[in-house]
Design a protein around this ligand. Sequence first.
Ligand code: ZN
Length: 284
Amino acid sequence: MIVIRLFIILLCLPLPSFGWGFFAHQRINQLAVFLLPPEMMVFYKPHIDYLSTHASDADKRRYVVAGEAPRHFIDLDHYDILLPHTWQAALDCYGSDTLNTYGILPWHLQLMMTRLTNAFKDRDLARILRLSADLGHYLGDACVPLHASSNHDGQLSEQEGIHALWESRIPELMADQTFTYWTGKAEYINNINSCIWQTIRESAMAADTVLSVEKQLSREFAPNQRYAYEKRQGKLVRNYAAAYTKAYQQRLGDMVERRMRTAVHLVASCWYTAWVNAGEPRLQ
Ligand SMILES: [Zn+2]
């Protein structure tokens, strides 16, 4: 009996998600490759499957690597002042426990940029690929509003499941059918720190809209219209209904599409910037 109950509870839970869903992370890394200059494309394009297949490795590590989880988010609303942009200054101000509790995403991105730049300098092709896939993941997370908010899954406003609705359900349902990704080629980023912080601030500012729009929409849909059961990997799971998902994206003014496009361009531009800063080494 307990087993049956547990099974029913599991069926009713929204799908777990930790950053853009696997689908969106894969798409972001994959599409970023096409924005690179020819000198990089010649190396990245043959490995495009690796970059997309490993786009969510960082999420998988959350359960096995100590210290991995805080690298994927920052609760910017926890702090009432502007945070120090460099890790050491932030550490001096708040200490490691506080920073790790509320997330270290922006500082980890800086570290990842340094690591990727060094891998380019060493012309270590395997390391370049691994770090590019991971950096693409963390940059993708930085573009997700709920990764910059303490109410990361609507748990403070009775909106549990909204995280996956925004970053998994919408892209899976709509990205390949209706999203456009044209953003122009990768661009050199002069000040990587300020670019990272700007991206995260934009995400944090959008979090309120993500939550309030869904709150309003949920009042307009009966519960049985909000959710639907569908088969996934042979199992019946409860998920947000397609009509509700599409209405949400539309009410958000296509925010998910815009943030996904931002992520694609940012990933390509960061890969490119690391390569330029390493002296534009030959990649063949
Ligand atoms: Zn993540």
